[in-house]
Design a protein around this ligand. Sequence first.
Ligand SMILES: [Zn+2]
Length: 258
Amino acid sequence: MKTAMLSFDVEPDLHTLEYHGVVKGMAEILKILNKQKVKATFFTTCDCIEKFPFIFRNLIKQGHEVAWHGYRHERFDDLSFEEKEESIKKSALCFKRYLNVAPRGFRAVQHSSDSYTFSLLEKYGFSYDSSKTPLNLLQFLFFPKRIKKNFSDFFSNPFPHKINGILEIPTSSFFIPFVSFIPRILPRALQRVYLSVISMLSRNLVFYAHSWDFIKLEGSNIDKKFPHTRVIQNMEFIISNLKSNGYKFIRMRDFKQK
Ligand SMILES: [Zn+2]
């Protein structure tokens, strides 16, 4: 079976650190998912859950998955081992208190998982991680100082694989990752080519965008040139294209490695 996993990182808005994406952006995302009748995974920071618990309870009720993106939106590899553990513990309490669930999956902010991450995730009952994006040239552009990390991620295993007891499900990529960049910037003809290339590379596709990709971003040059309305319109195009190529949409927690 060919599977496609749509995922959304739900966090404070880029630049302004407000929460318009969590409210308005998520409403746009849900409109698309409902219309297309597909379920998705939302990697969420705990400040968003604390502020808007009803939004996430509603997601779970609708059959989507709420997974973990950090206690706050901070790089995981900047935290000491003790701080990482503290972050997981506080977040587990937050998920329990507001949503009455335990998160199964993790995506580190800016791909910042490190060797400690996996043993901690295993200790706290997680089953998968989706922090890595192999074959990603954009990472060199956005995080030019993290050269060693960028190289090791670039050449990491692009297929789902176990690290300690945790299943790593990397974001799909072919030099450009399968992220909001594709619907935001590429014209439709190139989106079609991109989708057929990554479909040839893998039967399991992982896409991600941010909650703030679906709102007008004040002060953002990218949003001026390539507005969020393109992301909204082209998301539907991408979902339909993958459906017609035989992809089934699943939540990440439901992915089983053959
Ligand atoms: Zn993030």
